[in-house]
Design a protein around this ligand. Structure first.
Ligand code: FES
Ligand SMILES: [Fe+2]
Length: 427
């Protein structure tokens, strides 16, 4: 058997590489190497200008399905993107199919260590979608077509009658080369992150700036240990907007007084400031998040949270699609799940610093915190849907930014524009 000189995977006689469990290859559509026709390099370079002179991304980036598909490859597949909450696979043996911008993926939690893995949800035999619905398995994953079976780590375990009736092996067929195709994944703060093209580097390196920034608030380990409350469902929204508008809207507090009058009463605009975080995110800090005081809410707090900064909070857009919030007594993650160019799903999950919060005596406080965020995120829907509609107008193309209020928003646009240029082959 010949092997590839580069990666040592086995070659067929014609020199093609065979896919192994550890090697995920994409048949690259050559058109994906070029920018979509509706987006010019000039439009994108205009985004990279300094904020006083920059425009935002052009309308097609929000309305064109071709751009949406280009972004899957160029922006989300090349980054550490949020896929789902780990709580969606609470028990060992769970499998959950999930569509990621048109790609059929599969999340599994194994029965031994409870390890979560993500695979392409496609059988290695004739390409049947492998798992049609979420379930808890007691045995293997079984393909409904010819009954090939895989374990929860993706290894091919059974190939019934592959060698003829009653013969379940073939001389030239190595099951080790035909497992499920795994995608790099990591779980952090209850979010399952994936890097589809496998080129974004280790997750620990990616998330290190967030951990370093929040260590002084939550401790170095605490964000890995924040707890959900079984039975407390999160929130979810279906929104008629492009996914990037949800990120835009989270990057700035400028709209607070008009879209969120209630929030603005206990966390006012003048107490906010924007920040950017290296090349991975941007957002807002609030020096006056006083919900607990205002509503008389008492929840356990992070042990190390500075007692003189109990009203401090941060809201980080972690590019590409995870929105995070951290307060002294709870954190949340909002997953932005792109559906089509003009449709997005948002899923919110709240988490808490200690086991104690699961006590029934904190039920009302937890419900009050959740209700406050339900109101805030519901109020944003009209704003982002209005921006989506506006992007169908020929009278608008990118607009302008306030250099005082929208540095984080411009930072995000700049990040997306650079991904377009890099993957679109435009220098
Ligand atoms: S396509 Fe899955 S076993 Fe044949
Ligand atoms: Fe908002």
């Amino acid at each position: 058997m010949r092997r590839c000189n580069f990666c040592r995977t086995r070659l067929w006689r014609d020199g093609q590489r065979r896919l192994s469990l550890a090697t995920v290859e994409f048949a690259r559509d050559p058109t994906m190497k070029a920018l979509p026709d509706s987006v010019s390099p000039q439009d994108l370079r205009a985004v990279l200008a300094d904020i006083q002179h920059a425009t935002g991304l052009p309308n097609a980036c929000y309305t064109s399905q071709t751009c949406f598909e280009f972004e899957r490859e160029a922006v989300l597949a090349s980054s550490w993107a949020g896929l789902e909450f780990s709580s969606a696979l609470a028990a060992t043996g769970c499998v959950k199919p999930i569509d990621f911008m048109g790609l059929p993926l599969l999340i599994t939690r194994d029965t031994e260590e409870g390890l979560i893995r993500v695979f392409h949800n496609v059988c290695s035999h004739r390409g049947m979608k492998l798992v049609p619905e979420a379930s808890r398995l007691t045995g293997s994953i079984r393909c409904p077509y010819h009954s090939w079976t895989y374990d929860l780590a993706g290894k091919l375990r059974g190939t019934p009658h592959i060698g003829g009736i009653g013969v379940h092996t073939l001389d030239h067929f190595d099951p080790g080369c035909h497992g499920l195709k795994e995608i790099s994944s990591a779980v952090w703060m209850g979010v399952i992150f994936i890097n589809i093209n496998g080129q974004a580097g280790p997750f620990a390196d990616f998330i290190a700036p967030v951990v370093a920034r929040w260590e002084k608030l939550a401790g170095s380990q605490a964000l890995n240990e924040v707890l959900d409350v079984p039975g407390d469902d999160g929130l979810s929204y279906e929104i008629a907007c492009n996914w990037k508008l949800a990120i835009d809207n989270y990057c700035e507090a400028y709209h607070l007084p008009w879209i969120h009058p209630d929030l603005n009463s206990y966390s006012p605009l003048e107490e906010h400031a924007g920040f950017t975080l290296q090349d991975i995110g941007s957002g807002q800090i609030s020096h006056s998040y006083t919900l607990a005081e205002t509503a008389g809410i008492q929840l356990p707090r992070f042990d190390v949270w500075p007692r003189e900064r109990l009203d401090y909070a941060e809201y980080l857009s972690l590019y590409p699609n995870v929105l995070l919030g951290i307060q002294a007594d709870h954190v949340f993650a909002l997953l932005v799940q792109p559906q089509t160019a003009g449709q997005t799903r948002e899923k919110l999950e709240l988490r808490y610093p200690s086991m104690e919060v699961r006590d029934a005596r904190f039920e009302d406080a937890r419900a009050a915190v959740k209700e406050s965020w339900r109101v805030v995120f519901s109020e944003d829907i009209a704003a982002v849907e209005g921006m989506q509609t506006g992007r169908t107008s020929p009278a608008y193309s990118g607009g302008v930014f306030s250099s005082a209020m929208e540095v984080p928003t411009h930072h995000f646009h700049n990040w997306v524009a650079r991904h377009y240029l890099r993957h679109g082959g435009a220098p």
